[in-house]
Every structure is written in structure tokens, then in C-alpha cells.
Design a binder for this molecule. Structure first.
Ligand SMILES: [Zn+2]
Length: 423
């Protein structure tokens, strides 16, 4: 089935300005983009933009823990280590595979309604997360969070992560799987080496929390550069380092390594501000993510884009740095690329039709044009402007409805799960 977006603006992180076009989607991909002055191609379904709609790439939330939506609001206004140890970890012990399934689905409802087409998730019971993702027709990069504990725990978690990869990596073109060592403070160095070796052997990427807080840097027992070298993280097929607030940008990272900036979560936990400007100046791969809903507390990539663009201007007292285009590219293309999704994150012929339909027929878009659309989206826009979210050419969210999901059941089951883990 072909869908025509008739007379819409298109904008992505690679276009200095928007274009007004007809965009045809067929067989899950963007088949044709032609100027809006030309006769539109035929299609089964037509979305008529009349110059008041924009189509942008679907967001890739490059670091989250979706099921933590069930833990939202716990231990508010506490520092990371205290928050984890006293409020989060004890409650996580009560999570069952079912609770994780419904919690993930409830997070997916939030993400889809705000234009996210793909999320990078680190958690446990990931088979249930994969089931939720495949059922909805969403995309996700999944890893099992691996942490030390009783003897044999890391080995079992690693095996579980490898089984996840065997069963789900590449499934239906919707899922990629990474190995997920949690952080330097939860995985000893000898195991980091074991995990990165395993990533190499199996051709998998690694998703890792690195230097979210200043204390972690002091506890590494070596420099960050030595840690990255010794752990093998620079020699995997690819590595994604979440947070990297205290990673000194003097280090040169190989192209296989991407960073994920999580500005809202880092601000809320008082962790600090990643030196994003320096990384962008060096041409490093930097994606954007929300982190879990219990430390953000939103799963809204519009909020991350706006915060990232504003925060660094304020910190550096420079209104020119971290442009609207920079954050739009980070929120879409860079996230897809970091997690092994190709032809995703730009509006180009032949690329996957993972798209967000944005309603520009609203008061805060008065004055929008080809030159300023990216700025309007980032500085004036919000997730409330999302009229539809399409993945592989299929609507997964449209005008408040979820064609592939039973939203009412999900909210009710997630509410029950929340009650059960708190009581
Ligand atoms: Zn995290």
C-alpha cells in the first residue's frame, strides 16, 4: 500500500532548509520526493498537508530503560548513587517478566505519541521487551543490563544477552541486539574484557553507561582513556557510551564509538553537563536519549532536543553553538547509526519510512517557512504537535490512536504492576 504526503514540508538533520514537496511512501520506504509544484503521484492513501504539515524523521531515543516508566516518581530529588541504591534497586527486585512487559508497553505509548520510532533499551527480561516491540511494529536496540552479584551472575546474564541476540537480532528488520554491561561500578574489569571479547566474537555492539557522575571517574582506578583501552570497548564492532558527562573530549574516539547525551536526566540527578560542544567540534558521533522515565521524568525527544540546544548556549554563553540542526540530527540519524540501523533517520528516497507527521496548523507555527522550520520545531515545537508516527510505512500512532496496540489495556495493566511493586 502506498501513502502520499501531499504538499508537506520535509526537514531532517542534513538539510540547511526545509523543502515543500510531495512524498510517496511505498513498501515501507520513502519511494519518491518531488517538488510540491509538480503533479503528485498516485497513491492508495493521501495525507493532505496543504503546506501546514511537516514530515521529519522518526526520533531514536538512544538511551533508555523503558520499563522504568513503572518507577516514575520514586526517590525524586536524590543523587544518582543514593537514588539507585535506596529507591530503585530494591523496587526493581520485585519486577516480574509480566510487569516489565506492561511497563515497556506503557513507555512505548508515550514514545510513539511523541514521534519516537526506535528506542535503545537496557534492562532485563528483554525477551518480553522484544515481544512488546515486535507486537507493536516499533523498532528497538535491545541489551540485557549485566551487573555483578552472587557468583555466576555475570556469566548467566551474559549468556542470557547472547541468547537474546541469537533469537532477536535482526528480527523483522525491527530489532538490533547489543551486549549491555551496566557500568564500570557494577562490572569488574576482568568481566568487561570477557564481554567485549564476546561482542567481537559474535559481531555485536556494546551499550554501556560511562562516567555519568564525577565520582565514577575517581573510582575507575585509572584514566578514562586507559579504561576504554583496557576494557576493549574501543575494539568492539561498535560501542555506545551513555552519558559520558565526565569523559574528557581531549580523547580521540574511533568511529566505532558513539556517545549518548541525556541532558534532562543528567540535570535532574544533578550529575552535570556533558561537554557536547567540544565533542561536536571534533566530529564525534553523539546521539540523544531520555534515559529512564524515573530519572527524567519524560520520554520525550522534543524536550531533549530543546534542552540540549539551550543548555550549552547558556553554559558557554554563546547563542551560536549546538544548532537546531545539530540536535535534530542527533535525535534521529545519529541514534539510528549508533545502534546499527541503516537508511534510517533522514528524509531520502530509498530510506525507511520511519516518519513523524507534524501539525504546523497551530498558533506557535505562525511565520514558519523553508528557512526557519528546524528552528521552529526545536525552539517552539513540542510533542503535542505530533499528528502521526509511521514505522516502515505503517502508522503506529495516528491522531491519538494506536492501530497496533490496545492502549487502554496497557495503561490498566501498567497501573496494576505499579501498585504491586510499590506495596
Ligand atoms: Zn541509563
Amino acid at each position: 500500500m502506498a501513502t502520499l504526503f501531499k504538499d508537506v514540508y520535509i526537514q531532517d538533520g542534513s538539510r540547511a532548509k526545509a523543502e515543500r514537496v510531495h512524498l510517496l511512501v511505498s513498501k515501507g520506504r520513502i519511494e519518491q520526493i518531488i517538488d510540491a509544484s509538480q503533479t503528485p503521484p498516485a497513491a492508495d492513501k493521501i495525507v493532505s498537508g496543504r503546506g501546514h504539515m511537516a514530515v521529519i524523521p522518526g526520533f531514536v531515543n538512544a538511551h533508555t530503560h523503558a520499563a522504568m516508566a513503572l518507577l516514575r516518581g520514586l526517590g525524586e530529588e536524590t543523587a544518582l548513587m543514593e537514588w539507585l541504591q535506596t529507591r530503585i534497586w530494591p523496587v526493581e527486585d520485585k519486577l516480574t517478566p509480566d510487569y516489565i512487559y506492561w511497563g515497556t508497553l506503557s513507555a512505548m505509548l508515550e514514545m510513539l505519541a511523541s514521534g519516537t520510532t526506535c528506542f535503545a533499551d537496557m534492562y532485563f527480561e528483554m525477551e518480553r521487551v522484544a515481544e512488546a516491540v515486535l507486537g507493536a511494529g516499533m523498532k528497538a536496540a535491545l541489551c540485557r543490563g549485566i551487573t555483578a552479584g552472587e557468583p555466576g551472575k555475570i556469566e548467566r546474564s551474559l549468556q542470557n544477552n547472547l541468547d537474546l541476540a541469537k533469537n532477536y537480532h535482526g528480527r523483522e528488520g525491527l530489532i538490533t541486539v547489543q551486549l549491555g554491561p551496566h557500568a564500570p561500578y557494577t562490572v569488574p574489569m576482568n568481566y568487561m574484557k570477557l564481554i567485549t571479547d564476546s561482542a567481537k566474537t559474535h559481531g555485536l555492539g556494546v551499550h554501556f553507561h560511562f562516567l555519568e557522575t564525577q565520582g565514577e571517574l575517581g573510582n575507575l582506578g585509572m584514566s578514562a582513556e586507559d579504561y576504554l583501552n583496557e576494557s576493549g570497548l574501543l575494539n568492539t564492532p561498535y560501542t555506545v557510551l551513555a552519558h559520558a558527562v565526565y569523559l574528557d573530549p581531549a580523547i580521540t574516539l574511533p568511529d566505532s564509538v558513539s556517545l549518548v547525551h541525556n541532558p534532562c536526566s543528567n540535570l535532574k540527578l544533578g550529575s552535570g553537563v556533558m561537554p557536547l560542544t567540544e565533542w561536536l567540534d571534533k566530529g564525534a558521533n553523539v546521539a540523544l536519549g531520555t534515559d529512564g522515565a524515573s530519572s527524567n521524568n519524560r520520554l520525550d525527544m522534543w524536550e531533549e532536543m530543546r534542552t540540549a540546544a539551550l543548555l550549552h548556549k547558556g553554559v558557554k554563553r554563546d547563542p551560536v553553538i549546538v544548532s537546531a540542526l545539530d540536535v535534530l540530527r542527533m535525535a534521529t540519524y545519529e541514534g539510528a547509526r549508533a545502534f546499527g540501523f541503516s537508511q534510517k533517520g533522514m528524509i531520502r528516497e530509498g530510506w525507511f519510512a520511519d516518519l513523524v507527521l507534524v501539525n504546523l496548523d497551530r498558533p506557535h507555527y505562525i511565520g514558519v517557512n523553508e528557512e526557519n522550520l528546524a528552528m521552529y520545531l526545536v525552539y517552539a515545537g513540542s510533542s503535542a504537535d505530533v499528528a502521526g508516527t509511521m514505522i516502515n510505512g505503517r502508522w503506529i500512532y495516528r491522531n491519538g490512536e494506536y492501530p497496533t496496540l490496545d492502549a487502554e489495556e496497557i495503561v490498566s495493566k501498567a497501573r496494576e504492576a505499579r501498585k504491586a511493586i510499590i506495596n
